[in-house]
Design a protein around this ligand. Sequence first.
Ligand code: ADP
Ligand code: MG
Ligand code: ZN
Length: 405
Amino acid sequence: MPDGWDVVIGMEVHVQPRTRTKMFCGCAVAPLNAAPNSYVCEICLGLPGTLPVINKAAVEACLKSALALSCEIPRHTKFDRKNYMYPDLPKGYQISQYDLPMSVNGHLELNGRKIRIRRVHLEEDTGKLVHAGDKLHKAWESFVDLNRAGVPLMEIVTEPDLRSADEARDYAMELRTLLRMIGVSEADMEKGQLRAEANVSVNREGSSELGVKTELKNINSFRALHRAILYEVDRQTKLIESGGAVEQETRGWSEAEQRTFSQRSKEFAEDYRYFPEPDLPPLEIDPDWVEDLRRTLPELPGARRTRLTSQHGLSAAQVAVIGGDRDLADLYEGAVAQGAPTQPTANWIVNEVAPTGKLLAPQHLAELMQMMGRDAISRDQAREVMPIQRPWPTTEAGRSRRCRH
Ligand code: ADP
Ligand code: MG
Ligand code: ZN
Protein backbone atom coordinates (compact mmCIF):
# COMPACT_ATOMS: atom_id res chain seq x y z
CA MET A 1 0.00 0.00 0.00
CA PRO A 2 1.26 3.55 -0.72
CA ASP A 3 3.91 5.24 1.44
CA GLY A 4 2.59 7.73 3.94
CA TRP A 5 -1.02 6.58 3.66
CA ASP A 6 -3.26 4.29 5.67
CA VAL A 7 -5.91 2.36 3.80
CA VAL A 8 -9.27 1.55 5.40
CA ILE A 9 -11.73 -0.94 3.91
CA GLY A 10 -15.11 -2.23 5.05
CA MET A 11 -16.84 -4.99 3.12
CA GLU A 12 -20.47 -5.63 2.34
CA VAL A 13 -20.90 -9.16 0.99
CA HIS A 14 -24.16 -10.57 -0.34
CA VAL A 15 -24.49 -14.34 -0.28
CA GLN A 16 -27.32 -16.42 -1.66
CA PRO A 17 -28.16 -19.15 0.82
CA ARG A 18 -28.90 -22.61 -0.54
CA THR A 19 -32.70 -22.71 -0.46
CA ARG A 20 -35.16 -24.41 -2.75
CA THR A 21 -37.52 -21.45 -2.90
CA LYS A 22 -37.40 -17.66 -2.89
CA MET A 23 -37.40 -15.44 0.19
CA PHE A 24 -41.10 -14.59 0.40
CA CYS A 25 -42.96 -16.80 -2.11
CA GLY A 26 -43.12 -20.41 -3.27
CA CYS A 27 -41.23 -19.88 -6.54
CA ALA A 28 -38.24 -22.17 -6.96
CA VAL A 29 -34.89 -20.43 -7.21
CA ALA A 30 -34.24 -20.41 -10.96
CA PRO A 31 -31.30 -22.30 -12.42
CA LEU A 32 -28.82 -20.06 -14.26
CA ASN A 33 -29.98 -21.13 -17.72
CA ALA A 34 -33.71 -20.66 -17.06
CA ALA A 35 -35.75 -18.79 -19.64
CA PRO A 36 -36.29 -15.15 -18.58
CA ASN A 37 -39.30 -14.55 -16.33
CA SER A 38 -40.10 -18.25 -16.04
CA TYR A 39 -39.63 -18.39 -12.25
CA VAL A 40 -42.01 -15.69 -11.08
CA CYS A 41 -45.37 -15.40 -9.37
CA GLU A 42 -47.72 -12.66 -8.29
CA ILE A 43 -45.82 -12.19 -5.02
CA CYS A 44 -42.30 -11.72 -6.39
CA LEU A 45 -43.76 -9.66 -9.24
CA GLY A 46 -45.22 -7.38 -6.58
CA LEU A 47 -48.80 -7.51 -7.84
CA PRO A 48 -51.27 -5.67 -5.61
CA GLY A 49 -53.25 -7.74 -3.13
CA THR A 50 -50.60 -10.41 -2.56
CA LEU A 51 -48.84 -11.17 0.69
CA PRO A 52 -45.28 -12.37 1.33
CA VAL A 53 -44.43 -15.29 3.64
CA ILE A 54 -41.00 -15.70 5.27
CA ASN A 55 -38.86 -18.62 4.08
CA LYS A 56 -37.77 -20.52 7.18
CA ALA A 57 -34.84 -22.19 5.41
CA ALA A 58 -33.40 -18.75 4.60
CA VAL A 59 -33.78 -17.63 8.22
CA GLU A 60 -32.04 -20.82 9.32
CA ALA A 61 -29.15 -20.30 6.88
CA CYS A 62 -28.76 -16.72 8.06
CA LEU A 63 -28.72 -17.75 11.72
CA LYS A 64 -26.18 -20.49 11.06
CA SER A 65 -23.94 -18.09 9.16
CA ALA A 66 -24.26 -15.55 11.96
CA LEU A 67 -23.36 -18.17 14.56
CA ALA A 68 -20.34 -19.30 12.53
CA LEU A 69 -19.27 -15.64 12.56
CA SER A 70 -19.67 -15.48 16.35
CA CYS A 71 -22.51 -12.99 16.11
CA GLU A 72 -25.09 -12.25 18.78
CA ILE A 73 -28.64 -13.24 17.80
CA PRO A 74 -31.09 -10.76 19.31
CA ARG A 75 -34.41 -12.20 20.33
CA HIS A 76 -36.39 -9.76 18.20
CA THR A 77 -35.89 -9.09 14.54
CA LYS A 78 -38.05 -7.67 11.76
CA PHE A 79 -38.11 -6.82 8.07
CA ASP A 80 -38.25 -3.31 6.63
CA ARG A 81 -39.05 -1.76 3.29
CA LYS A 82 -36.21 -0.01 1.51
CA ASN A 83 -37.95 2.21 -1.02
CA TYR A 84 -36.46 3.16 -4.35
CA MET A 85 -37.45 3.24 -7.98
CA TYR A 86 -35.63 1.09 -10.50
CA PRO A 87 -36.96 -1.08 -13.34
CA ASP A 88 -35.51 -4.27 -11.83
CA LEU A 89 -37.56 -3.73 -8.67
CA PRO A 90 -41.22 -4.24 -9.57
CA LYS A 91 -42.59 -3.58 -6.08
CA GLY A 92 -40.87 -0.19 -5.80
CA TYR A 93 -39.22 -1.38 -2.61
CA GLN A 94 -36.91 -4.13 -1.49
CA ILE A 95 -37.72 -6.09 1.65
CA SER A 96 -34.59 -5.89 3.79
CA GLN A 97 -33.70 -5.37 7.44
CA TYR A 98 -32.86 -1.98 8.88
CA ASP A 99 -32.66 -1.36 12.61
CA LEU A 100 -33.29 -4.86 14.00
CA PRO A 101 -31.14 -7.21 11.89
CA MET A 102 -31.07 -10.94 12.43
CA SER A 103 -27.62 -10.73 14.04
CA VAL A 104 -24.92 -8.26 15.19
CA ASN A 105 -21.39 -7.94 16.63
CA GLY A 106 -19.49 -10.92 15.30
CA HIS A 107 -16.03 -11.43 13.93
CA LEU A 108 -14.08 -13.51 11.42
CA GLU A 109 -10.55 -14.50 12.23
CA LEU A 110 -8.18 -13.72 9.39
CA ASN A 111 -4.49 -14.64 9.67
CA GLY A 112 -4.69 -14.27 13.44
CA ARG A 113 -6.54 -10.93 13.33
CA LYS A 114 -10.19 -10.44 14.19
CA ILE A 115 -12.20 -8.64 11.51
CA ARG A 116 -15.32 -7.37 13.23
CA ILE A 117 -18.68 -8.24 11.66
CA ARG A 118 -21.20 -5.47 12.21
CA ARG A 119 -24.28 -7.44 11.17
CA VAL A 120 -25.64 -10.30 9.09
CA HIS A 121 -29.15 -9.69 7.84
CA LEU A 122 -31.60 -11.11 5.31
CA GLU A 123 -33.08 -9.45 2.27
CA GLU A 124 -34.34 -10.26 -1.21
CA ASP A 125 -32.53 -9.92 -4.51
CA THR A 126 -33.77 -7.74 -7.38
CA GLY A 127 -34.33 -8.66 -11.01
CA LYS A 128 -31.79 -8.28 -13.77
CA LEU A 129 -31.71 -5.73 -16.58
CA VAL A 130 -30.35 -6.81 -19.93
CA HIS A 131 -29.43 -4.03 -22.33
CA ALA A 132 -29.18 -4.80 -26.03
CA GLY A 133 -27.91 -2.18 -28.37
CA ASP A 134 -27.44 -1.60 -32.05
CA LYS A 135 -24.88 1.16 -32.55
CA LEU A 136 -25.41 1.38 -36.28
CA HIS A 137 -29.11 2.11 -36.15
CA LYS A 138 -28.93 3.84 -32.77
CA ALA A 139 -31.63 1.48 -31.54
CA TRP A 140 -31.45 0.43 -27.92
CA GLU A 141 -33.67 -1.90 -26.01
CA SER A 142 -33.67 -2.93 -22.38
CA PHE A 143 -35.13 -6.16 -21.06
CA VAL A 144 -36.13 -7.11 -17.56
CA ASP A 145 -35.69 -10.63 -16.20
CA LEU A 146 -37.37 -11.09 -12.82
CA ASN A 147 -36.24 -14.68 -12.15
CA ARG A 148 -33.90 -13.38 -9.47
CA ALA A 149 -36.42 -10.98 -7.95
CA GLY A 150 -37.14 -12.25 -4.45
CA VAL A 151 -34.23 -14.71 -4.27
CA PRO A 152 -32.92 -14.78 -0.65
CA LEU A 153 -29.71 -12.95 0.15
CA MET A 154 -27.75 -12.67 3.35
CA GLU A 155 -25.82 -9.43 3.68
CA ILE A 156 -22.67 -9.66 5.78
CA VAL A 157 -21.23 -6.27 6.76
CA THR A 158 -17.84 -5.70 8.41
CA GLU A 159 -16.60 -2.77 10.46
CA PRO A 160 -13.92 -0.79 8.60
CA ASP A 161 -11.21 -3.16 9.84
CA LEU A 162 -9.45 -4.26 6.67
CA ARG A 163 -6.18 -2.51 5.81
CA SER A 164 -5.16 -3.52 2.29
CA ALA A 165 -6.37 -4.97 -0.99
CA ASP A 166 -4.73 -8.27 -0.06
CA GLU A 167 -6.56 -8.37 3.24
CA ALA A 168 -9.92 -7.52 1.66
CA ARG A 169 -9.49 -10.32 -0.88
CA ASP A 170 -8.39 -12.77 1.81
CA TYR A 171 -11.41 -11.80 3.89
CA ALA A 172 -13.82 -12.47 1.03
CA MET A 173 -12.15 -15.83 0.30
CA GLU A 174 -12.18 -16.87 3.95
CA LEU A 175 -15.83 -15.93 4.20
CA ARG A 176 -16.55 -18.12 1.18
CA THR A 177 -14.64 -21.02 2.77
CA LEU A 178 -16.58 -20.63 6.01
CA LEU A 179 -20.00 -20.49 4.34
CA ARG A 180 -19.21 -23.52 2.20
CA MET A 181 -17.92 -25.47 5.18
CA ILE A 182 -21.09 -24.92 7.16
CA GLY A 183 -23.10 -25.87 4.08
CA VAL A 184 -25.30 -22.77 3.85
CA SER A 185 -24.22 -21.73 0.35
CA GLU A 186 -22.04 -22.75 -2.56
CA ALA A 187 -20.97 -19.10 -2.44
CA ASP A 188 -19.78 -19.29 -6.03
CA MET A 189 -18.92 -15.82 -7.33
CA GLU A 190 -19.22 -16.87 -10.96
CA LYS A 191 -22.79 -17.99 -10.39
CA GLY A 192 -23.62 -14.73 -8.64
CA GLN A 193 -24.06 -16.48 -5.29
CA LEU A 194 -21.45 -14.27 -3.65
CA ARG A 195 -21.13 -10.58 -4.45
CA ALA A 196 -18.58 -8.44 -2.70
CA GLU A 197 -18.67 -4.67 -2.40
CA ALA A 198 -15.72 -2.81 -0.93
CA ASN A 199 -15.91 0.55 0.86
CA VAL A 200 -12.51 2.18 0.51
CA SER A 201 -10.94 5.27 2.06
CA VAL A 202 -7.42 6.53 2.67
CA ASN A 203 -5.96 8.83 5.30
CA ARG A 204 -2.52 10.24 6.09
CA GLU A 205 -0.48 7.71 8.02
CA GLY A 206 -1.10 7.95 11.75
CA SER A 207 -4.11 10.25 11.45
CA SER A 208 -6.98 8.93 13.54
CA GLU A 209 -9.75 10.37 11.40
CA LEU A 210 -11.24 8.17 8.72
CA GLY A 211 -11.20 9.52 5.18
CA VAL A 212 -14.21 9.88 2.91
CA LYS A 213 -15.04 6.49 1.40
CA THR A 214 -16.21 5.32 -1.97
CA GLU A 215 -18.20 2.13 -2.46
CA LEU A 216 -17.01 -0.21 -5.22
CA LYS A 217 -19.52 -2.35 -7.11
CA ASN A 218 -19.73 -4.68 -10.18
CA ILE A 219 -16.95 -6.85 -8.85
CA ASN A 220 -17.09 -10.29 -10.44
CA SER A 221 -14.06 -12.12 -9.09
CA PHE A 222 -11.59 -12.06 -6.22
CA ARG A 223 -9.01 -10.77 -8.67
CA ALA A 224 -11.29 -7.92 -9.68
CA LEU A 225 -11.87 -7.11 -6.01
CA HIS A 226 -8.13 -6.88 -5.45
CA ARG A 227 -7.51 -4.78 -8.55
CA ALA A 228 -10.43 -2.46 -7.95
CA ILE A 229 -9.17 -1.64 -4.46
CA LEU A 230 -5.59 -1.08 -5.66
CA TYR A 231 -6.87 1.21 -8.38
CA GLU A 232 -9.11 3.09 -5.99
CA VAL A 233 -6.40 3.59 -3.36
CA ASP A 234 -4.11 4.97 -6.04
CA ARG A 235 -6.84 7.27 -7.39
CA GLN A 236 -7.79 8.59 -3.96
CA THR A 237 -4.23 9.25 -2.76
CA LYS A 238 -3.29 11.02 -6.00
CA LEU A 239 -6.47 13.08 -5.86
CA ILE A 240 -5.77 14.26 -2.31
CA GLU A 241 -2.08 14.84 -2.99
CA SER A 242 -2.99 17.10 -5.89
CA GLY A 243 -5.24 19.20 -3.64
CA GLY A 244 -8.54 17.55 -4.49
CA ALA A 245 -11.04 15.80 -2.22
CA VAL A 246 -12.64 12.37 -2.44
CA GLU A 247 -16.38 12.49 -3.01
CA GLN A 248 -18.60 10.01 -1.21
CA GLU A 249 -20.01 8.01 -4.09
CA THR A 250 -20.68 4.61 -5.57
CA ARG A 251 -18.16 3.58 -8.21
CA GLY A 252 -18.31 0.69 -10.63
CA TRP A 253 -15.38 -1.50 -11.64
CA SER A 254 -14.78 -1.76 -15.36
CA GLU A 255 -13.12 -5.08 -16.13
CA ALA A 256 -12.43 -3.99 -19.71
CA GLU A 257 -10.69 -0.76 -18.72
CA GLN A 258 -9.35 -1.97 -15.37
CA ARG A 259 -10.50 1.15 -13.57
CA THR A 260 -13.29 2.39 -11.34
CA PHE A 261 -15.76 4.97 -12.60
CA SER A 262 -18.35 7.14 -10.88
CA GLN A 263 -21.85 5.66 -10.95
CA ARG A 264 -23.83 7.85 -8.61
CA SER A 265 -23.30 10.12 -5.65
CA LYS A 266 -23.81 8.32 -2.40
CA GLU A 267 -27.36 7.92 -1.17
CA PHE A 268 -28.11 8.08 2.55
CA ALA A 269 -30.46 6.02 4.68
CA GLU A 270 -33.01 8.88 4.67
CA ASP A 271 -33.28 8.57 0.91
CA TYR A 272 -34.78 5.11 1.21
CA ARG A 273 -37.61 6.04 3.57
CA TYR A 274 -37.18 2.77 5.48
CA PHE A 275 -40.20 1.64 7.44
CA PRO A 276 -41.27 -1.67 9.02
CA GLU A 277 -42.69 -4.10 6.47
CA PRO A 278 -46.40 -4.07 7.32
CA ASP A 279 -47.13 -7.37 5.53
CA LEU A 280 -44.75 -9.49 7.61
CA PRO A 281 -44.84 -10.24 11.33
CA PRO A 282 -41.80 -9.32 13.41
CA LEU A 283 -39.92 -12.49 14.31
CA GLU A 284 -39.18 -13.71 17.77
CA ILE A 285 -36.20 -16.04 17.56
CA ASP A 286 -36.43 -18.91 20.04
CA PRO A 287 -33.07 -19.20 21.90
CA ASP A 288 -33.52 -23.01 21.99
CA TRP A 289 -33.71 -23.05 18.21
CA VAL A 290 -30.52 -20.98 18.06
CA GLU A 291 -28.77 -23.45 20.35
CA ASP A 292 -30.01 -26.38 18.23
CA LEU A 293 -28.59 -24.69 15.14
CA ARG A 294 -25.30 -23.98 16.91
CA ARG A 295 -24.99 -27.71 17.64
CA THR A 296 -25.46 -28.59 13.97
CA LEU A 297 -22.44 -26.50 12.94
CA PRO A 298 -19.46 -28.57 11.84
CA GLU A 299 -15.95 -27.75 12.98
CA LEU A 300 -15.14 -24.30 11.58
CA PRO A 301 -12.22 -23.71 9.20
CA GLY A 302 -10.00 -22.01 11.80
CA ALA A 303 -10.29 -24.87 14.29
CA ARG A 304 -9.86 -27.46 11.57
CA ARG A 305 -6.70 -25.82 10.24
CA THR A 306 -5.24 -25.68 13.74
CA ARG A 307 -5.97 -29.38 14.20
CA LEU A 308 -4.51 -30.35 10.82
CA THR A 309 -1.34 -28.49 11.79
CA SER A 310 -0.92 -29.60 15.40
CA GLN A 311 -2.42 -33.09 15.26
CA HIS A 312 -1.41 -34.23 11.78
CA GLY A 313 1.74 -32.15 11.41
CA LEU A 314 0.75 -30.79 8.01
CA SER A 315 2.69 -27.84 6.56
CA ALA A 316 1.21 -24.38 6.09
CA ALA A 317 1.03 -25.00 2.34
CA GLN A 318 -0.78 -28.31 2.80
CA VAL A 319 -3.18 -26.80 5.30
CA ALA A 320 -3.87 -23.88 2.97
CA VAL A 321 -5.23 -26.28 0.34
CA ILE A 322 -6.78 -29.03 2.45
CA GLY A 323 -8.09 -26.88 5.32
CA GLY A 324 -9.82 -24.48 2.95
CA ASP A 325 -12.16 -27.05 1.39
CA ARG A 326 -14.53 -29.26 3.29
CA ASP A 327 -14.53 -32.07 0.70
CA LEU A 328 -10.73 -32.23 0.68
CA ALA A 329 -10.46 -32.03 4.46
CA ASP A 330 -13.07 -34.78 4.87
CA LEU A 331 -11.28 -36.89 2.26
CA TYR A 332 -7.92 -36.41 3.98
CA GLU A 333 -9.19 -37.20 7.45
CA GLY A 334 -11.33 -40.08 6.23
CA ALA A 335 -8.39 -41.70 4.43
CA VAL A 336 -6.04 -41.21 7.38
CA ALA A 337 -8.66 -42.72 9.69
CA GLN A 338 -8.58 -45.82 7.46
CA GLY A 339 -4.86 -46.20 7.75
CA ALA A 340 -3.45 -43.92 5.03
CA PRO A 341 -0.09 -42.30 5.95
CA THR A 342 -0.42 -38.56 6.74
CA GLN A 343 2.29 -36.87 4.67
CA PRO A 344 2.00 -38.86 1.42
CA THR A 345 -1.78 -38.59 1.59
CA ALA A 346 -1.69 -34.84 2.15
CA ASN A 347 0.73 -34.46 -0.77
CA TRP A 348 -1.39 -36.66 -3.00
CA ILE A 349 -4.48 -34.59 -2.25
CA VAL A 350 -2.66 -31.31 -2.82
CA ASN A 351 -1.05 -32.46 -6.09
CA GLU A 352 -3.48 -34.94 -7.60
CA VAL A 353 -6.94 -34.38 -6.15
CA ALA A 354 -7.23 -30.63 -5.58
CA PRO A 355 -6.08 -29.54 -9.08
CA THR A 356 -8.22 -32.09 -10.92
CA GLY A 357 -11.35 -31.71 -8.82
CA LYS A 358 -11.65 -35.52 -8.94
CA LEU A 359 -13.08 -36.70 -5.68
CA LEU A 360 -12.77 -40.29 -4.59
CA ALA A 361 -14.01 -42.13 -1.55
CA PRO A 362 -11.75 -42.01 1.54
CA GLN A 363 -11.43 -45.79 1.68
CA HIS A 364 -10.29 -45.89 -1.96
CA LEU A 365 -7.70 -43.22 -1.35
CA ALA A 366 -6.51 -45.09 1.74
CA GLU A 367 -6.08 -48.28 -0.33
CA LEU A 368 -4.32 -46.39 -3.08
CA MET A 369 -1.89 -44.76 -0.65
CA GLN A 370 -1.16 -48.09 0.99
CA MET A 371 -0.51 -49.80 -2.35
CA MET A 372 1.87 -47.02 -3.35
CA GLY A 373 3.50 -47.27 0.07
CA ARG A 374 4.46 -50.90 -0.48
CA ASP A 375 5.42 -50.21 -4.12
CA ALA A 376 2.62 -52.40 -5.42
CA ILE A 377 1.80 -49.66 -7.91
CA SER A 378 3.66 -46.59 -9.21
CA ARG A 379 2.48 -42.98 -9.00
CA ASP A 380 1.50 -43.06 -12.66
CA GLN A 381 -0.51 -46.21 -12.19
CA ALA A 382 -2.16 -44.75 -9.11
CA ARG A 383 -3.11 -41.69 -11.11
CA GLU A 384 -4.62 -43.89 -13.77
CA VAL A 385 -6.69 -46.07 -11.48
CA MET A 386 -7.73 -43.27 -9.13
CA PRO A 387 -11.45 -44.00 -9.08
CA ILE A 388 -13.75 -41.05 -9.51
CA GLN A 389 -16.96 -41.31 -7.61
CA ARG A 390 -19.83 -39.05 -8.30
CA PRO A 391 -21.96 -38.20 -6.58
CA TRP A 392 -19.76 -37.96 -3.54
CA PRO A 393 -20.77 -40.83 -1.19
CA THR A 394 -23.52 -40.05 1.24
CA THR A 395 -21.53 -39.19 4.32
CA GLU A 396 -23.07 -37.04 7.00
CA ALA A 397 -21.09 -34.15 5.53
CA GLY A 398 -22.54 -34.77 2.09
CA ARG A 399 -26.10 -34.90 3.30
CA SER A 400 -25.98 -31.81 5.45
CA ARG A 401 -24.89 -29.75 2.46
CA ARG A 402 -28.22 -30.10 0.82
CA CYS A 403 -31.12 -27.99 1.92
CA ARG A 404 -33.71 -29.69 4.02
CA HIS A 405 -36.62 -27.46 3.06
P1 ADP B 1 -23.22 3.89 4.70
O1 ADP B 1 -24.11 4.60 5.65
O2 ADP B 1 -22.59 4.76 3.68
O3 ADP B 1 -23.81 2.63 4.14
P2 ADP B 1 -21.97 2.53 6.78
O4 ADP B 1 -21.43 3.23 7.97
O5 ADP B 1 -23.28 1.85 6.90
O6 ADP B 1 -21.97 3.48 5.56
O7 ADP B 1 -20.90 1.44 6.35
C1 ADP B 1 -21.03 0.68 5.22
C2 ADP B 1 -19.72 -0.08 5.06
O8 ADP B 1 -18.65 0.84 4.86
C3 ADP B 1 -19.31 -0.91 6.27
O9 ADP B 1 -18.73 -2.12 5.82
C4 ADP B 1 -18.27 -0.05 6.96
O10 ADP B 1 -17.34 -0.84 7.66
C5 ADP B 1 -17.62 0.64 5.80
N1 ADP B 1 -17.06 1.95 6.13
C6 ADP B 1 -17.62 2.93 6.87
N2 ADP B 1 -16.84 4.02 6.93
C7 ADP B 1 -15.73 3.73 6.19
C8 ADP B 1 -14.54 4.45 5.84
N3 ADP B 1 -14.32 5.72 6.23
N4 ADP B 1 -13.64 3.82 5.05
C9 ADP B 1 -13.85 2.58 4.60
N5 ADP B 1 -14.93 1.86 4.89
C10 ADP B 1 -15.87 2.41 5.67
MG1 MG C 1 -24.68 0.68 3.60
ZN1 ZN D 1 -42.59 -15.86 -6.72
